[in-house]
Ligand binder design. Sequence first.
Ligand SMILES: Cc1cc2nc3c(=O)[nH]c(=O)nc-3n(C[C@H](O)[C@H](O)[C@H](O)COP(=O)(O)O)c2cc1C
Length: 336
Amino acid sequence: MDLTTTYLGLKLRTPLVCSASPLSQQLDNIKRMEDAGASAVVLYSLFEEQLLRDRLDVEESLERGTSSFAESLSYFPEPEEFNLEPQEYLAHVERAKRSVGIPVIASLNACSSGGWTKYARDIEVAGADAIELNIYNIPADAKQTAADIEGKYLQIVRDVSAEVKIPVAVKLSPFFTNFANFAARLDEAGADGLVLFNRFYQPDIDLETLEITPNIVPSSPSALRLPLRWIALLFGHTDASLAATSGVYSGADVLKLLLAGADATMLCAVLLRDGIRQIRTIERDLAAWMEKCKFESVGQLKGSLSQINCANPSAFERAQYMRALTGYRQASAGPP
Ligand SMILES: Cc1cc2nc3c(=O)[nH]c(=O)nc-3n(C[C@H](O)[C@H](O)[C@H](O)COP(=O)(O)O)c2cc1C
């Protein structure tokens, strides 16, 4: 059974990659990921804000992004609250590379371009096999147009790609007017891969303290449907590798994403919930299904139910939406 796949030009033993999470802060966990069968690991992110030269720069750039919510600046973490400072992050990349044989992908998390992008080169020198660039912008300024925002994203991708020879993947939210068009322009700007999709963490309101609280709600397995659709639509239309993140919990989830056209499937919430050893179970279930259905390789599966290959290409478009709504039948025992 050939489970190998190529992601960002890297030959991986299987499509099972550990997504960025706090687990990768400990070297021991990275080794356990490799032992459990992970084919690559994406480290937790280093934030653009950590890389800006001095405090003044940080405040200026924050104020630009949130001018109408000046008070929200107080919610931003102080530099000492971040996990590791930049130099320590580089040392962590070096140590991870020395400790495991699987590719180590460093993660930069950004919302604007600037001098910090030069740091990508230090990450390459530290030995990372690739960079995952998580671009996470919350457009709160009504004067900014969609074109302005997309232009900023493209500039960040161009700037980071120009710094390094290692591949650069871009992790994004799904909230773009025409994602297919934007994906093509990211590809042109230098993205070697697209990681679909960033989870957009929404704030909540604490009714006890009457404060806005940031908290993380783990994804549900149904979150998988969004990357599934977009990977199926993009497969065969882009040179960039396609990775799925959000709601990947089981071997069945991985299979669906491979059939849609994913090159890599990323695991985060499942590892936080069930432990790193779960990678082994997911791989076993993946291989068992392939054997049962007489697939010999991941390559054979990949994209076979993408839009360009499936018998009903409209299944990913409006026609299917209408069919889903009109075909809905209420369960007989349910409320009226
Ligand atoms: C606690 C936690 C920390 C995370 N930290 C990062 C991070 O540092 N950088 C990043 O790009 N994504 C980060 N993510 C997002 C995950 O890598 C992943 O894309 C997202 O959780 C969706 O996948 P899932 O449904 O498997 O959780 C984090 C997610 C969680 C739950």
